[in-house]
Write a protein that binds this ligand. Structure first.
Ligand SMILES: *[C@@H]1O[C@H](CO)[C@@H](O)[C@H](O)[C@H]1NC(C)=O
Ligand SMILES: *[C@@H]1O[C@H](CO)[C@@H](O)[C@H](O)[C@H]1NC(C)=O
Length: 348
């Protein structure tokens, strides 16, 4: 009787697995790292020179001034691969952060293709998206050598690999690659709004290599984490940190002019569900309708630095997604149900 009541409760409320919750320290880290991901969008960070302080979107968790850029790569090859290596001396961390979508060339990365042998990075049978992989390979040697030299200077620092959206896919591949190179280095991975990157073998190599240090963050019904679905044979890494807070949007739209951070701690620790994967129906998969406006809102307005171009990131992005699907834009379309076979009632 009690058991069935508990099962009943479990069905009504999504009870996160035992022990898997976000405490205030992790919440603060998830927020802080979202600022590193945001910094990769800021054009001002792509300069050469020594001891450059990194800039962040206005009021991004007060990080201005204490991150130092040690290396940057901007618009490398046809994929426009861009990112930064920074040092956060306050938090004793080496940050490797990748920029997300900014141009059409970026999304050609998505159009380009499907599966590609990634066994060099993650072992036999490992497959990743060929465009993401080519994008990573265009900067891999530079990132590895620059990271190695920074690590020699600061051997006690943790390495944090991050990125938003397309930047999240690069962060995943970078993470798998650096883990293979130095399995004993302390590193952690934080991705925001990342699409699926590769097959289950790829995802498992991240899960096993990073364990508790892997954080795949999704927000409400952002469609992008649903991209490159299982129809392609792709799977997500685990766990998913699913932000359920509807407050981010409200706070951000109230502050749109300044692109400011929302009132402190708009996302509370218990707004975040920690869901084991690879595909958890209680996370970003659970919505029948998706909303592209959720895509930039991860603790902060994460692509704030990209918004200065003629067309907004979101509208370009929406157009590109339509191109990907070879469908016309139609406000009635439910992106998620088209992209993900699971929402259409069945596992492949
Ligand atoms: C860092 O990468 C750049 C290319 O972007 C390269 O020229 C330089 O030699 C690298 N530095 C180190 C220390 O590996
Ligand atoms: C990593 O650490 C383990 C023991 O903790 C050791 O056996 C192994 O040789 C180390 N691997 C590398 C590549 O340093």
């Amino acid at each position: 009787m009690l058991l069935s009541f508990l099962l009943f409760l479990h069905v009504i409320f999504i009870i996160p697995p035992c022990g898997a919750t976000v405490n205030s320290a992790l919440l603060a880290t998830l927020e802080r790292v979202s600022g590193y991901a945001a910094a990769a969008y800021c054009r001002t960070n792509y300069r050469s020179g020594a001891d450059l302080p990194a800039t962040f979107p206005p009021n991004t968790f007060d990080q201005d001034g204490f991150c130092e850029i040690v290396h940057s790569f901007l618009n490398v090859n046809e994929h426009d691969t861009s990112g930064l290596i920074m040092l956060d001396h306050t938090n004793e961390a080496i940050i490797i952060t990748f920029r997300g979508t900014i141009s059409h060339t970026d999304w050609n990365t998505n159009l380009e293709g499907l599966q590609y042998d990634a066994s060099d990075i993650c072992g036999e049978g490992c497959i990743a998206h060929s465009g993401f992989l080519a994008s990573w390979e265009s900067v891999a040697d530079n990132v590895k050598s620059n990271w190695t030299s920074v690590l020699q200077q600061y051997p006690q620092y943790d390495t944090i690999i991050t990125g938003h959206s397309l930047g999240g896919t690069l962060a995943h591949i970078c993470a798998a690659s650096l883990k293979k190179m130095r399995p004993n280095a302390t590193m952690s991975l934080y991705t925001y709004a990342s699409p699926r990157v590769g097959n289950l073998i790829f995802a498992n190599s991240i899960n096993e290599g990073f364990g508790n240090n892997n954080h795949r963050v999704t927000h409400l019904n952002d469609p992008v984490p649903r991209l490159l679905g299982r129809l392609f044979g792709f799977d997500h890494t685990s766990p998913e940190y699913h932000i359920t807070s509807p407050h981010i949007r409200k706070a951000l739209s109230a502050n749109k002019k300044t692109l400011a951070k929302p009132a402190n701690l708009v996302v509370a620790a218990d707004d975040i569900l920690v869901l084991p994967g690879p595909e958890n129906e209680a996370g970003s998969l659970r919505y029948s309708c998706t909303n592209i406006e959720m895509h930039d809102e991860y603790f902060i307005h994460i692509a704030a630095c990209a918004v200065d171009s003629k067309t907004s990131l979101l509208s370009r992005f929406a157009i590109d997604i339509c191109h990907i699907l070879l469908l016309c834009c139609n406000s009635g379309l439910k992106f998620g149900t088209m992209w993900d076979p699971v929402s259409n009632g069945g596992h492949p």
